[in-house]
Every structure is written in C-alpha cells, then in structure tokens.
Design a protein around this ligand. Structure first.
Ligand code: ATP
Ligand code: MG
Length: 358
C-alpha cells in the first residue's frame, strides 16, 4: 500500500525532477555510438581492458553463482560517462550465458511499465537499468520487494476498495548503472549485493584500447600516434575511440597513411583539444571561474548560466575529468579553480577579476 509519507516523498521527487532538463544532455555532448562503435564494444572479459580489480571480483562473483547454479546477486556500476558501465553489464550477461533486457531510469515512467518488464523476464535473466538514479520514486518502491523477495506488489482499485495483489517474479538479476551514486536513495542502494566504481583508465590501458580499436577499424596506428591520442583521451575509452576515428579521417583525407604522432597532433589541434585532453568547453569552464569569479567558489547554477551549459552536463560530463586532473575543486560553497588551472591557462594567480559579473 502507498503510505502518506511515501506520497509526500513522491511530491518532493516530482518537484525535483521538474527542475531537471527534459533530456539528459550528456548524450549530446559526448555522442554515443552508432554501428561502427558497436563493433568496438568489448564482448568478453578478455577484451575488456583495464579495471583489473573490478574484473577480478566479477569473475569470482560469476564463477560462484555458476557453481551454485544460481542467478548472480544484484549489482550496480557507477562512474563518469564513457568508462564502460553498459559494456560490462552486457559482458556479465554473456559470461553468465543469460539474456539481458536493457532499459533506463527515465524510460520507466509508470509503475505499470516496470511491472510489464519484470513479469516478462525469465529465470536468470539480467535486467539492466541505465541511469538508475533517475527512476521515479513510486517506480523505485516497486523495485524493493522485486529485488528482495522476487515479488511484485500491485495495487488494484482506488480509494477504500483498493487492495494489493502479489505476483511471483522470476529469479532475475538487476544490474544498475549510474553516473551519480549519491543520487540513489539509501533503500535502493542497500539492496544491491555488490557496488563497483569504475575508475578513470591508466594511460597504457587507453593505449591498448586504441590499438585494439585500430585493428577493428582496419586503420594503421603507430606507437607514437597511440601515445599522443591516449594523452588526449580524458582517460576514457569512449573518448579514445572517438579521437581515433577523427585521426583516421584526418589521415585518410590528407593521404597520410598511418596515424603517427604528427598526424595525431594535427588532428587534435583541428579539434581544439589541448595536451591535457581539454576541449573548448572544459577550458571555458575554468576560464569563466578564473576570469569572472576570481577563481571561485561559485555555485554550479551560476557557473552553468555564465558558461551557457546545462548544470547536468557540467556535473556529469566535464567536471569529473577536471576534478581528476586537479584543475577544479568541488567544495560545499561551490566550484573553485586550483593553482594548476591558473597555470594551465597561463593566468597569473590573484589577477583582478573582470568586473563583468561582479
Ligand atoms: N574496458 C574497456 N575496454 C575497451 N573498450 C572499452 C572499455 N570500456 C568501454 N569501452 C569502449 O567505450 C565505449 C563506451 O563504453 P560504455 O558505453 O560502456 O560506457 P558507459 O560507462 O556506459 O557510459 P555512459 O555513462 O555514457 O552510459 C564502448 O562502446 C567501448 O567501445
Ligand atoms: Mg552506458
């Protein structure tokens, strides 16, 4: 039954959701893949480069479940965009030899949508919910008994005659992915048996990913070209693949044969990507912080307005890498540009703020 307290919470969530942009802009800023990219997606643990600790744990997790002939425990992956959450979810299904049904938090609008997905699963199947932090509260509450006891509670009727029907569900595994673990409610987070954080990739892992992709794309990539591209790849496989394709375009158009460091550098310069892998928007964010707000602290909302970017895009797409590089700090009072950021942009520290906004 839906209690009074949960309906109050529901209102809170609805209000919060209204403040969010209709669609996540992440996809626009970091374009997702078409056909070619699907071919680049690793299909097994062996193809999945890096994230060694997570892979080791997952192998044990899967092996144990297989031995006991059980479905694996519910698992959640979190970390910045493009690090391989969707990829690893699909690999788990392959390694377990089970079917995977994919959906996403914002796609499940009503309780009935989730009900029909759950009742159509088979024993052992994986239900993959991407952007799980964006599930609406009433849908999320249906997930609790489904995850814990494999039961689906449905409220039939309205008002005083309303009653709850309980259906048995198959032994499914929920695999969740999110860029924001903190936005998940505690009851939902607690129902996952394993929580894995995806780390930014080491440079030699990115180099290996680039080399693997070059083989699949049938383009010739020299060692120094791979090094050059991997430095600019934001320690992120999706970005690495994208840069490789742009470098390949450049090499093809200019009849340069293989991608060596010179070709890679020219292609990166054309894309306006600097030696730290910063794109124009990254630079605009730290430039705005320094030039308009004297280095901060400044609230995300203000920073978004001043840079004409969506708050969510800044938070999900740009900030994680800027924080990882030590160029930006998130503090309770707002975002701050670090000394390194001043240095990278060649700005003297304590330069007077431009009086544009202040
Ligand atoms: N460990 C890896 N080894 C090789 N390639 C990888 C690896 N992880 C990811 N990739 C490549 O990067 C692309 C992006 O990965 P994926 O879509 O899984 O990221 P994601 O974390 O789900 O991103 P988002 O948060 O935007 O959904 C994949 O298509 C794949 O080609
Ligand atoms: Mg994904």
């Amino acid at each position: 039954m839906i209690t009074t307290s949960s309906s109050t919470e529901k209102e809170d969530i609805t209000t919060k959701e209204k403040e969010l942009p209709d669609k996540i802009t992440q996809e626009q800023s970091l374009p997702k893949e078409g056909g070619v990219d699907r071919a680049l997606r690793p299909q097994s643990f062996d193809d999945y480069i890096g994230q060694k600790k997570m892979k080791k744990n997952l192998r044990i997790f899967i092996e144990a479940a297989k031995k006991r002939d059980e479905a694996i425990d519910h698992v959640i992956f979190y970390g910045p965009a493009g690090l391989g959450k969707t990829t690893i979810a699909n690999i788990i299904a392959k390694e377990m030899g089970v079917a995977i049904k994919t959906t996403s938090g914002p796609a499940i609008e009503r309780i009935g949508d989730l009900g029909s997905i759950l009742t159509n699963l088979q024993d052992g199947d994986i239900l993959f919910i991407d952007e799980i932090h964006r599930l609406n509260k009433s849908v999320e509450e249906i997930l609790y008994p489904a995850m814990e006891d494999h039961k689906l509670d449905i409220v039939v009727g309205k008002g005083p005659s309303a009653h709850t029907l309980q259906l048995d569900l198959p032994q499914f595994t929920l695999v969740g992915a999110t860029t924001k673990l903190g936005a998940l409610s505690n009851p939902l987070r607690d129902r996952f048996g394993a929580i894995h954080r995806l780390e930014f990739y080491e440079q030699n892992d990115i180099t290996e990913i680039l080399k693997r992709s070059a083989v699949l794309l049938d383009c010739s990539l020299e060692d120094d070209g791979a090094q050059e591209l991997s430095r600019a790849s934001r320690q992120t496989p999706r970005v690495a693949n994208r840069l490789l394709k742009r470098a390949r375009d450049f090499a093809d158009v200019h009849n340069r044969g293989s991608i060596d460091s010179a070709v890679a550098r020219e292609a990166l310069a054309l894309l306006d990507i600097d030696d730290l892998g910063l794109e124009p928007t990254d630079r605009r964010i730290i430039e705005t912080l320094i030039d308009k707000f004297n280095g901060g602290p400044v609230g995300l909302h203000t920073l978004a307005m001043a840079t004409s970017e969506e708050m969510q895009t800044i938070e999900d797409v740009y900030e994680p890498y800027l924080v990882q590089l030590g160029l930006l700090l998130r503090s309770p009072r707002g975002r701050i540009a670090t000394d390194l950021a001043y240095e990278h942009l060649g700005r003297p520290k304590n330069s007077p703020a431009k009086k544009l906004f202040l």
